[in-house]
Design a binder for this molecule. Structure first.
Ligand code: PLP
Length: 462
């Protein structure tokens, strides 16, 4: 127990994690007390490595003094200015800086408080643009199955999750889905390339089925997050989907909320495929790096300015472009530059991936390592040869988290889409993690895997 801290407050209510989530006590959650860099400590003084930056948020680790001073300085100077009645310098400077980083085609930036809000903003912007330009029928959104784009009603509805069908039935209109370009457990006769080509083909078929004049957008995480376990489609896939969207006048939206802000080795993930740029990009998570809620939608000046001259896109939130959040965003960009993050991610990411591959070779329950940069996923299986998933009865995602906590590493995993696509956990530490810290992360992660594996063997599951 940290002596400087007041005694813990006893409460009968609990936090969201105690009272709202089903089976909240399956994985007992530590009561975190303080954090620094990649480490967090609970109230009992136990140390954990934050192996996934929370949900891929804490891009620069915890306790960065430069960001904290920028935040407090801004809060002291101007804590809030409502965008409908005032302008603020941090908003303008941050928009300018992000637009410059994004480059041609993304000259306009609109801020919100997180990923779900910016996905909603992108869809509202595109719908409004279509109406204002005489294409009222464009309303269908296509997404991947599985996929995740947020938790507001609108962003949840465009995610690919069959389990939510009863929730949305008669309540909101969900997106149309096509198969995600998975690379690991493929139908017979397919390579990752041929399956990705088939997935792109499915987009064209779906657009034709719905009637191109009725389709508004195709939204995709260019590099998968938790929903697919970091799938990275082949380069050709991006050219294919870009061509299809252009052919039918369907807007292509890249959801870089999780994979963006340097995690893949480039600040703008779309820059990995410069000949297949999307129409709209949305980013969040790493932008505020955990220091402030922040999300941004990037759009072409040609579209934004045209719409402003017609009807405008008038939807807003009270916390749009909050000056303190924008000051944090600017300080995060400064730190990315100062710490040379993009270069580090490539280098450390390669080392982490190679070591995870070695862990895969040494352990029978690890079937696949995938991802890019410092966005990696580890898929657990019961049989490497057949790629058979572990049985749900052994709660693979909860179990690995539990073992992780015992071994001092916080691993992010949870059941996705009824576990129909498999079980994986994320390895996505803060982007400024050192190689030495990676070695310790790997040691604790392998210890967690071995502990889970031994439990499965003892119970006769593998
Ligand atoms: C790909 C993707 N899009 C959107 C979101 C929603 O972001 P937020 O939780 O900030 O609302 C998430 C969050 O996990 C995400 O991973």
């Amino acid at each position: 127990m940290n002596k400087a801290c007041p005694p813990p407050i006893e409460t009968n209510v609990g936090g969201t994690q105690d009272v709202y989530y089903a089976n909240s006590m399956i994985v007992p959650l530590p009561m975190m007390d303080h954090a620094a860099g990649i480490y967090m400590w609970d109230e009992d003084g136990k140390e954990y490595i934050d192996a996934s930056s929370g949900p891929m948020v804490s891009a620069l680790g915890h306790g960065n003094k430069r960001i904290i001073s920028a935040m407090t300085e801004q809060a002291n100077k101007l804590d809030y200015a409502y965008t409908r009645v005032a302008r603020s310098r941090p908003n303008l400077e941050y928009a300018e800086r992000l637009a410059t980083l994004a480059g041609p085609g993304f000259e306009r930036v609109h801020f919100a408080s997180g990923g779900s809000e910016v996905v909603d903003n992108a869809l509202k912007f595109l719908r409004q643009f279509s109406i204002a330009t005489g294409q009222e029928k464009r309303r269908h959104v296509i997404s991947l199955m599985p996929s995740y784009h947020g938790a507001t009603i609108g962003s949840l509805a465009v995610g690919g999750n069959e389990d939510l069908a009863p929730f949305f039935d008669g309540f909101a209109i969900t997106s149309e889905t096509i198969p995600a370009p998975f690379s690991y457990r493929l139908p017979k006769g397919h390579s990752p390339e041929s399956y990705a080509a088939k997935s792109a083909e499915a987009l064209e078929i779906k657009i034709q089925e719905l009637g191109p004049e009725n389709v508004l957008a195709f939204i995709i995480e260019p590099i998968g997050g938790l929903s697919t376990g970091a799938i990275v489609p082949p380069d050709q896939y991006f050219r294919d989907i870009r061509n299809i969207c252009t052919r039918y006048g369907v807007y292509l939206v890249f959801d870089e909320i999780l994979c963006g802000a340097g995690r893949s080795g480039k600040f703008i993930t779309a820059h990995h495929w410069p000949d297949a740029l999307p129409d709209i990009i949305v980013k969040a998570k790493g932008l505020g790096a955990g220091y402030s809620p922040l999300g941004a939608m990037f759009a072409p000046a040609a579209m934004v300015d045209k719409l402003a001259n017609l009807t405008g896109c008038e939807f807003s939130y009270s916390y749009n472009a909050n000056p303190v959040s924008c000051a944090v965003g600017l300080a995060v960009l400064d730190e990315f530059e100062r710490q040379n993050i993009s270069e580090r991610v490539g280098d450390v990411g390669n080392m982490l991936r190679a070591e995870l591959e070695a862990i895969k070779e040494r352990n029978q329950i690890i079937g696949d390592i995938r991802g890019k940069g410092l966005l990696l996923a580890v898929e657990m299986v019961s049989d490497k040869k057949t790629k058979k998933s572990l049985p749900d009865s052994c709660s693979p995602t909860d179990s690995i988290r539990k073992h992780g906590l015992k071994c001092g590493v916080m691993l992010y995993a949870r059941p996705i889409t009824g576990n129909r696509f498999g079980h994986w956990f994320m390895v996505a530490p803060p982007l400024n993690i050192t190689k030495e810290e990676c070695s310790e992360l790997l040691r604790r992660t392998e210890a967690s895997i071995i502990a889970f594996q031994n439990q499965l063997i003892a119970n006769g599951i593998i």
